[in-house]
Design a protein. Structure first.
Length: 152
């Protein structure tokens, strides 16, 4: 009886080890995944910034399902430039009626172009939409984009 129990325990430990190795491999793949230059990728959608932001206010779930993890070209006027540190800049399009906004973080190779922008400039930005989040405290939706580039 003790031999059968040890055999079963050994199989369980080996299975656990194999699953841990597979899990570590998947984590490593995701953590080190490299993305190509967004500028060269084809956009799934091209939208007007304010209409796009309002679509999330109207039906957040449907908009997230439609746009999340898609490359999108967003056209509009720069509402605000945000410099979280001396090395980067974020560009915002803000719906002034609600305070909802889309914010774009730029790929390293496109930071110089982004830093040359000014509030009020008409631009076209291509980026990967992360979907929206809602702040109950401020009653607003914000839509972050990653891997962004100016679309010229």
């Amino acid at each position: 009886m003790a031999t059968r129990k040890k055999s079963w325990l050994k199989k369980l430990l080996i299975t656990g080890l194999v699953l841990a190795i597979i899990g570590a491999g998947i984590y490593w793949y995701i953590a080190t995944e490299k993305f190509g230059d967004t500028k060269g990728e084809r956009a799934a959608f091209e939208v007007n910034a304010i209409d796009f932001i309002r679509e999330f206010r109207k039906d957040d779930s449907a908009a997230n399902k439609k746009y999340r993890e898609q490359i999108i070209t967003v056209n509009g006027r720069v509402s605000e430039l945000e410099a979280p540190d001396s090395l980067s800049v974020n560009v915002k399009f803000i719906d002034t009626t609600t305070g909802d906004y889309a914010i774009f973080a730029f790929q390293e190779q496109h930071l110089a172009e982004a830093k040359s922008l000014k509030t009020g400039d008409s631009v076209s930005i291509k980026g990967s939409c992360s979907g929206s989040s809602y702040s109950e405290t401020f009653d607003l939706h914000y839509i972050p984009f990653k891997r962004s580039a100016l679309n010229k």
